[in-house]
Design a binder for this molecule. Structure first.
Ligand code: FES
Length: 510
């Protein structure tokens, strides 16, 4: 599919959250520095942790390899809820009632934390209380909703069972977790960021950490060759910027999903379909320039392993047209999420040997509550206020069921992909690549990734991923090179957008 097939969808991807937020730029780190806490990664976890720790009296530096809030936090659907798809029934089966209750409680606390900040500071960030609703349109998924409802009853989660949804879908049943919320995440987070800076917090953008020496006072090195020494380090990047031989890429996988904004009548509530035989759909309302729109999301797939990415946007458009009679679609964007082996985030010490370096990642699609909960836990780790509940999220845990099965599947898939792609010949020639398109071609007798921009200029890169050498794939929805093995992403000139890769793809001469 090419851009001519997009019809009413915008030609370029753009997140509404980012487009409607003013950012103040920050410089890269330009000198060697010492501090109490370095927070690496300025999304919801990093900004919230930095805000909390500066209020505890620490000197805090917040860094981002790119521009602040332009990563996954800037591309979310921004539902603030402890309803994380169908989850609590399975969680009880794989862990215990107590652990499932802990999971719910920390996410509920995170929701209350956000609400308290919004109310105390009278923030205008579109915060609205909404019920979060799972719905099934087929009878075979009715049972799954019933089991989830039972889990809610066991855990004491406020809920309602409903027989319909307020839009043109024939639901068999709907399970509402009542009293949840939605907001404009960047209007909320830019408040926390400014409050952090007012207290003396320092922020640096375009500052990539390329190495770290562990120890009593860890030393971090930036790509620009500057050093940071601190007492504590918080890794709030997606894949930890420092792996410490923990091989996080073997125990997490990356998925991409898609969102469009559709002009449509207001819908009360935030919805997620749970049909197993149909593509998932996520729905929430948002007000843009005083008018009602819906954010419609779905079409998840493992990064680098999707079909034609523009087709995913078209599928969301068709859904919006059929169900909401929508005709205008001013925004489209996509997001990357990380999944742990047992679907519980990794939050805690990076390795059992290091008590001053912490990691938070693997929120699936639920970063607003999980990221806030992680920030609160990271603060407590730094303060030495660990509680038993935090052990549920220990990054060094291993639950035999379901982790072992997922670990074996994920890593055997990666091995298959590694060899299958290397053996696949480049099917296209450079002349086959039209304006605004990209693909794998044979260039000067070798395999190359080529993008031809709107002016006709060619951008050619070696398609060998700099993480562990898999072959990157062209993503025509976002115009990026995506690695199917562990989800690294690169722009058309090979610059790293998402890790675990740290180094850019090699450029190739035309
Ligand atoms: Fe691991 Fe590309 S992300 S090989």
């Amino acid at each position: 599919m090419t851009y001519e097939h997009l019809s009413q969808l915008p030609e370029d991807p753009s997140s509404y959250w980012i487009a409607s937020t003013s950012f103040s730029d920050a410089d890269p780190l330009k000198e060697n520095t010492e501090t109490d806490v370095v927070v690496v990664g300025a999304g919801i976890t990093g900004i919230t942790a930095a805000y909390l720790l500066i209020h505890e009296g620490f000197d805090v530096i917040l860094l981002d390899a790119d521009n602040i809030l332009h990563g996954t936090t800037g591309h979310t659907t921004a539902k603030i809820t402890a309803q994380h798809d169908l989850f609590y029934h399975d969680l009880i089966q794989h862990t215990s009632i107590e652990k499932a209750r802990t999971y719910y409680n920390v996410n509920e606390e995170a929701k209350k934390f956000i609400e308290t900040i919004v109310r105390e500071h009278k923030l205008t960030c579109g915060f609205e209380e909404q019920d979060a609703v799972l719905y099934a349109t087929s009878s075979q998924d009715y049972n799954a909703l019933q089991k989830e409802k039972k889990a809610y009853e066991t855990l004491g989660i406020p809920h309602e069972m409903r027989s319909e949804v307020p839009f043109n879908e024939s639901a068999q049943a709907a399970l509402a977790m009542t009293g949840q919320a939605q907001f404009h995440p960047l209007h909320y987070l830019t408040f926390l960021l400014e409050a952090f800076k007012k207290r003396g917090g320092k922020v640096y953008e375009n500052t990539t950490i390329t190495g770290m020496v562990e120890g009593e006072r860890p030393v971090l090195e930036t790509r620009q060759g500057k050093y940071l020494i601190s007492r504590f380090v918080l890794s709030c990047t997606h894949f930890p910027f420092h792996d410490a031989n923990n091989y996080y890429f073997t125990k997490m996988h990356a998925e991409r999903s898609y969102v469009i904004a559709a002009k449509a009548p207001d819908v009360n509530g935030m919805y997620l379909s749970v049909d197993t035989a149909l593509p998932k759909r996520s729905i929430r309302s948002v007000t843009i320039n005083g008018e009602n729109y819906l954010l419609i999301g779905g079409e998840s797939h493992k990064t680098g392993q999707g079909k034609d990415q523009l087709a995913h946007y078209k599928a969301l458009q068709s859904f919006a047209e059929r169900v909401f009679n929508a005709k205008e679609f001013p925004y489209r964007w996509s997001a990357q999420d990380l999944y742990t082996l047992d679907s519980i985030p990794y939050i805690g010490v990076l390795t059992d040997n290091e008590s001053n370096t912490f990691v938070a990642t693997g929120y699936r699609k639920w970063g607003m509550t999980s990221g806030t909960a992680a920030a609160i836990m990271l603060k407590n780790y730094v303060l030495g206020n660990e509680t038993e509940d935090m052990a549920l999220f220990d990054p060094n845990r291993f639950l035999i069921n379901p982790s072992l099965k997922h670990f074996l599947k994920h890593n055997s898939d990666v091995t298959m992909l590694f060899f299958a792609d290397k053996l696949k010949p480049a099917a296209k020639k450079v002349d086959d690549i039209a304006l605004g398109e990209g693909g794998i071609v044979s260039l000067n007798g070798r395999r190359a990734g080529v993008y031809r921009d709107k002016h006709g200029d060619m951008h050619a890169v070696d398609t060998t991923c700099k993480h562990l050498g898999c072959e990157v794939h062209w993503n025509n929805g976002d115009r990026t090179w995506d690695c199917p093995c562990h989800g690294s992403r690169y722009d058309v000139d090979g610059r790293v957008i998402e890790g675990p890769a740290k180094e850019p793809l090699d450029p190739l001469p035309e």
